[in-house]
Design a protein around this ligand. Structure first.
Ligand SMILES: *[C@@H]1O[C@H](CO)[C@@H](O)[C@H](O)[C@H]1NC(C)=O
Ligand SMILES: [Zn+2]
Length: 409
């Protein structure tokens, strides 16, 4: 795959002491390629693509393609243009804004340092019912930082709601959305009866960015990076897919890659990514205390609400009907805000197979009553680089969906 080449060039530059240059996507296109389930073509396509945007999908694949490879991709299989110029689309994202400490936070994208500051400032305003929490350390030594929120009954006295964001580095809208949940729960607690009832019912553990190294890398070097930044001795390629590394059915075939250059590289052993070690410990600790009622893993894009299982398309969760019930109502709540349409269903049969995924782990090993993956806006027009003017509409509609789930759970 092309990104392997780019990565090894960057690696060589880094060794030479040069600062890696930011990947320039001007003139690159996003193409949607219809593969008709032909896996031999997928391999050829991966070599021509700079990034695969929806790895795992067998029917059609969205890929970022350099100008010089567009003809070759078209020759391979029928392709339609999703984005004419990725560089221009990234400019529409709006750049970074300075941290402002108000709801204007949800009108622009921000640096990692500002995300940490946002959490600290939010927590500092509500010291009697929130605390900064951590869930281990990344490959490059960054702390996975989150916030815990509780109501009457005190800290740690209610079943847990656990929410993770920005597992995949390029999914910037997801950390904004997870932060909005924390923001709403704290700032509306004393004025909104629904919010108060939810905060009094659960203990919230909210980690907006569980892949900080990858997130920083998307800001400094490659906007479309997905994985963590862990190396492996057998390859020049970097990164494990944190959502293919969880130690449950990690070994099952078909839902992840054993190729370190792949976007869905599963790692050398189950749970061998430092980020996963921290998150596993967090799940285990919550399971052992008050138990987990609801786990949400927030991703983009595609507009899906998915639940277990990822590793087997025929298997259904014991409480599949209840999962569907909550998801149906959440999708209606989202549609009522803005008309945005979501597809819902068990993840393998609805989207594609995944092994070592977070929601299979939390469902079975974590004993969470409910486990969902959200795939937020959009359906491919902007993909990961959702323009800043869509942040507020997205976080507001998603909040409506999550409130609906919290009421039902
Ligand atoms: C799993 O969770 C249920 C509550 O949803 C609880 O009754 C049960 O004891 C838990 N089992 C384990 C092994 O933690
Ligand atoms: Zn994702």
């Amino acid at each position: 795959m092309k990104s392997a080449l780019v990565s090894s060039l960057l690696f060589a530059l880094a060794l030479a002491g040069a600062v890696p240059k930011k990947v320039d996507y001007n003139g690159f296109k996003v193409l949607r390629v219809n593969l008709n389930e032909k896996l031999d073509k997928l391999e050829a396509l991966e070599k021509l693509a700079t990034h695969v945007l929806n790895p795992g999908k067998a029917s059609f694949v969205d890929v970022v393609v350099a100008p010089e490879n567009v003809d070759a991709v078209n020759a391979l299989s029928a392709a339609t243009v999703i984005t004419e110029d990725v560089g221009a689309a990234l400019k529409e994202e709006g750049g970074f804004s300075a941290y402002a400490g108000s709801e204007t936070w949800f009108t622009a994208y921000h640096s990692y340092a500002d995300h940490l500051q946002f959490l600290r400032d939010l927590q500092a305003g509500y010291t009697s019912n929130s605390a900064i929490i951590t869930a281990g350390t990344s490959v490059e030594g960054r702390t996975l930082t989150g916030i815990q929120i509780w109501g009457t009954g005190g800290r740690g006295s209610k079943p847990a709601v656990l929410i993770h964001g920005n597992v995949h580095a390029r999914e910037w809208i997801t950390s904004k959305t997870v932060e909005y949940i924390a923001w709403q729960l704290l700032t509306k607690y004393s004025t909104d009866a629904t919010v108060k009832s939810l905060v009094d019912k659960f203990d919230f553990y909210i980690v907006p960015i569980v892949n900080p190294d990858g997130f920083v890398y998307t800001q400094r070097t490659d906007r479309l990076w997905r994985k963590n930044r862990q190396t492996v001795s057998s390859s020049r390629c970097v990164g494990r897919d944190i959502n293919r590394n969880w130690p449950y059915k990690w070994d099952a075939p078909g839902g992840a890659s054993t190729d370190p250059c792949s976007e869905t590289y599963k790692g050398v052993a189950a749970g061998d990514a430092p980020e996963n070690k921290g998150l596993v410990a967090q799940v285990q600790q919550l399971k052992a205390s008050r138990g987990i009622r609801l786990y949400l893993d927030i991703h983009s894009y595609g507009q899906y609400i998915l639940w277990p299982y990822g590793y087997d398309c025929n298997l259904r969760a014991e409480n599949d009907a209840q999962h569907r019930n909550l998801a149906t109502r959440a999708a209606s709540a989202i549609r009522a805000v803005s008309g945005t349409a979501y597809t819902i269903g068990p993840s393998c049969s609805t989207l594609y197979a995944t092994t070592g995924s977070s929601t299979d782990y939390t469902d079975v090993t974590g004993n969470s009553t409910y486990s969902y993956t959200y795939e937020l806006r959009d359906t491919g027009k902007y993909g990961f680089s959702l323009p800043a003017n869509q942040i507020q509409p997205t976080v507001r509609e998603t909040w409506a969906g999550i409130v609906s789930m919290l009421k039902d759970a």
